[in-house]
Design a protein around this ligand. Sequence first.
Ligand code: CA
Length: 413
Amino acid sequence: MTLMKSWVESANDPDGWFPLNNLPYGVFDDGKGPRTGAALGDKVLDLAALEEQGTVPAAGFRGGSLNAFMAAGPGSWERVRNALTRMLADGAEERDRVAGALHHQSDVTMLLPFVVSEFTDFYAGRHHASNVGTMFRGPENALPPNWLHMPIGYNGRASSVVISGTDVRRPWGQLKGPNDEVPRFAPSRRFDIELEMGAIVGQPSDGPLGVAEADANIFGYVLLNDWSARDIQAWEYQPLGPFQAKATATSISPWVVTKAALEPFRCNPPRREKELLPHLRDVGPMLHDIELEVTLEPEGGTEETIVRTNSRELYYSSAQQLAHHATSGCPMRVGDLIGTGTISGPERGSRGSLLELSWGGKEPLELAQGGARSFIEDGDRLTLRGFAQGDGYRIGFGDCTGKVLPALEDPYS
Ligand code: CA
């Protein structure tokens, strides 16, 4: 596939994130109330206005979240995408009617794009799991025996999911004392990022799902930063897994990139080290070739890239994660957010967390602008970016960014 030309000139930039091939959905507010929009070049197209005109099929674009549109189902997703693609293409006769519904992205505020009904986070990156396992339990026990047989996950908190741009305050928590002394209650000193993708469930289910069915139920994807307090995590995680270490905030990018836009970028999973059980077996290319990066901008400093990796480094696809999630009969809802877990590649510069980049603080990451980081410092801004590279166009996700504020003086005063 090549670039689909649009009469919106800024959408035809080969390095832009939002060509006509993309058309991601988000929720924006220009002062007149939240409604659904689609990104195109440097513009946002007001879908609620087009719905009112009868220019696009009605799909609940005035509700302030994508949930109604997602619930309307794959037939509706396809009809709306086809209608938008036609009316925004170069030479479209609807141009004059549609042009009035375009706003500059710089004039609007982006809001959380959907009501997050539940949030589950997986641990589906092979390199991340073996790096963290090596640091926490030693190289012999790096991968738990279940890891190569199913995607490991935990139930997170929908309430902690925030839109890109939201500041994140360094948490307090219970930390292990040195030499097994009594624990302390203090601000986390090992606060970290996790570079992840999030899949959004667009169709409900109530019972087991095959991998292909699970893939069909996914509406789209966002970038996701699962902020993590490593010192809280190391003390609390056994035997029931992470809890307060992951409850401060999880940031997501504002635009939901549809599964349809990512179709040309599907790729095969890595070689299976152990054969998967039949219900989780691969049934086609369900990973995506999406280039990912993380930048760090110290307070008063400049932004520099600290991680470069690719989402094809995942071992389990989002479809496999969703299929596994439903095996017990767990009902899945429209607006369920399924985090992949940290995506790390094999080299140091492709590790998706500071924990891995600094190897638990033992090898601090040297910054090009001077200084070093083992973990996040107050005032640091961390930004995730990602895009799939097509032939003369890119499918971009937009920024997933957040700045870390100092811990409160005393949270109980
Ligand atoms: Ca995570």
